[in-house]
Design a protein around this ligand. Structure first.
Ligand code: ADP
Ligand code: MG
Length: 293
């Protein structure tokens, strides 16, 4: 549905944020994972036609996105990583304003706004100013705004930053509902946001797509290769010189580590792989993870 081909972008300062990005995104939820600085926001803004690439093509169905930006914008809903709101303006008023910009008038406008306020669970709060909203409410408001005019392509960039676990779950449920009939691209550095939600994922690092495919298949490919043990911190440091350490966390004063290895490392137990293992093993494979310090 959405097809990116050899997209490249170097900023005036000389940083190459996108390197030969080629990607096919079908209908449904697509997770774009990557650490800060990977190029996710640059890619999202490029698809949203707010920024031009130096080279490459983008098509959405039959639409040549870079040639016909106006047509793309008519079917686009975009929630940027950071968005501003007007102070002392109610959520309902703001939505009506943006609905008018999308060409919705009269009863049609009222109906669209009311439906979205209900869908995003903001009906009770509709008369409140958006700048008084909690983080989760603000993000749900952002989604309502992005959904005005029934977009066929929805881009949400790091939508769960600053949300508590309950708000995060509510936001995921909302996206899952929307994702049934449109193309949704969810960009995030938090694997948890994508796991179980997006059937397809891509992992980005240093401006490149490092790996992409069905989340389940990527996880299954690590079967029998992820191991865990609880060991003293110094041993953990030693271990990472021998095998890729995918994760580590304190457990009763010792380190619980997960490592990737094709043969059983001494004293370690096999564990079922997760999408987080896929993510960190991919970054590790490209020299992109910080070692234990
Ligand atoms: P992400 O969203 O994955 O954190 P970004 O697309 O924001 O990644 O940034 C990718 C790289 O491009 C980073 O090195 C960042 O510093 C750089 N970058 C982003 N925006 C600009 C800009 N407007 N001018 C110059 N460099 C930028
Ligand atoms: Mg970003």
């Amino acid at each position: 549905m959405l097809r990116l081909s050899s997209i490249t972008r170097t900023y005036p300062g000389g940083i190459t944020a996108l390197r030969d990005i080629t990607l096919d995104v079908p209908r449904g939820l697509f997770g774009l994972l990557g650490p800060n600085g990977a190029g996710k926001s640059t890619l999202m803004r490029t698809i949203a036609t707010l920024q031009r690439p130096d080279a490459g093509t983008i098509t959405f169905g039959d639409l040549d996105v870079l040639r016909d930006r106006t047509a793309l914008r008519q079917v686009l809903g975009y929630l940027p990583q950071e968005f501003g709101t007007y102070p002392r303006t109610s959520a309902e008023r703001m939505l009506r304003h943006f609905a008018a910009l999308k060409g919705l008038r009269g009863p049609q406008q009222r109906q669209a706004v009311d439906q979205l306020l209900v869908k995003t669970n903001l009906w009770e709060a509709r008369h409140r100013s958006v700048d008084t909203f909690s983080g989760g409410m603000k993000q749900r408001y952002g989604i309502a705004q992005a959904l005005l005019g029934n977009p066929r392509l929805l881009i949400v960039d790091e939508p769960t930053a600053g949300l508590d676990p309950a708000e995060r779950r509510r936001f995921q449920n909302l996206l899952a509902e929307v994702g049934e009939d449109v193309v949704v691209i969810l960009s995030t550095h938090i694997v948890e946001d994508v796991a179980g939600l997006c059937p397809l994922v891509a992992i980005m690092g240093e401006g490149r797509i490092l790996r992409h495919g069905e989340a389940d298949a990527l996880v299954a490919a690590l079967s029998g290769r992820v191991w865990t043990a609880v060991i003293p911190r110094d041993d953990a440091r030693q271990l990472q010189t021998q095998v890729p350490v995918l994760a580590s966390r304190w457990k009763n004063g010792r380190m619980e580590v997960r490592v990737l290895a094709d043969t059983p490392p001494a004293g370690m137990t096999p564990v079922a792989p997760t999408l987080e293992d896929v993510y960190f093993s991919t970054l590790h494979g490209h020299g992109l993870t910080a070692p234990l310090d």
